[in-house]
Design a protein around this ligand. Structure first.
Ligand SMILES: Nc1nc2c(ncn2[C@@H]2O[C@H](COP(=O)(O)OP(=O)(O)OP(=O)(O)O)[C@@H](O)[C@H]2O)c(=O)[nH]1
Ligand SMILES: [Mg+2]
Length: 201
């Protein structure tokens, strides 16, 4: 396969606490193990705590200067595009760049600078999120339903989530448990499929 010359950029969006940082911490080692170089950009209005946590989690896999926390820009829709563009300009040889950004189900979809968008929701927040047809739930490239281990504790039915996700989406969805890594390989497979597609166009 001919690898394309610029990094594939992957947005990791979703509501507060759904598990975006935990997912990035699980995905990056898998990409690294596949021989790919990875950068990470986290974005937050008030702090760069996620970048700090990811620098620790990815120590030895990703050089600390390739985990960047952008603070201060407002709307998740813009996904701090200027900062991301600058990061890409400075690191054009990376294979993948993951960009974590918050955003509720009405926003957080990928802007033009992002090639592939994940939207992470938590099964611990109930089983009616897909049914409500939030634009990002419907329109993201890959819906990630995380915290499957907690569903039973809040009375959330994973079959209901699966049925509704199938109904409201044309695209794929994956169930994950970022505490055990269950389902994360499937997320990586989808990212790599997108990379393959991007490299052939
Ligand atoms: N039980 C369980 N806990 C999880 C899972 N994924 C993440 N968590 C925990 O949920 C909490 C929030 O996870 P984060 O990854 O920080 O969530 P986030 O979406 O990045 O949160 P913000 O960046 O603040 O919006 C942390 O305590 C994680 O350890 C999971 O699959 N199962
Ligand atoms: Mg986070």
């Amino acid at each position: 396969m001919t690898e394309r010359s610029e990094p594939l950029t992957v947005a990791v969006c979703g509501p507060v606490g759904s598990g975006k940082t935990a997912l990035v911490a699980e995905v990056v080692p898998r990409l690294h193990a596949a021989g790919l170089t990875v950068g990470v950009v986290t974005t937050d209005v008030t702090n760069s705590e996620d970048a700090t946590a990811l620098r620790d989690a990815l120590d030895g896999l990703v050089p600390s200067d390739l985990v960047v926390g952008v603070v201060g820009d407002p709307a998740p829709e813009t996904l701090h595009s200027d900062h991301l563009r600058a990061f890409l300009r400075s690191n054009p040889d990376l294979d993948r760049v993951l960009v974590e950004s918050g955003g509720d189900t009405t926003s957080g979809t990928a802007p033009d600078v992002v090639d592939y968008s994940l939207f992470v929701i938590s099964a611990a927040e109930g089983d009616d999120i897909p049914r409500k047809r939030g634009p990002a739930v419907v329109g993201c490239d890959l819906l990630v339903v995380n915290k499957t281990d907690l569903a039973e504790h809040v009375g959330a039915n994973l079959d209901t989530i699966e049925r509704d996700a199938r109904t409201v989406r044309d695209g794929p969805f994956v169930f994950t448990n970022c505490k055990t890594g269950e389902g994360v390989d499937a997320v990586v497979d989808h990212i790599e499929k997108a990379a393959l597609l991007a490299s052939s166009t």
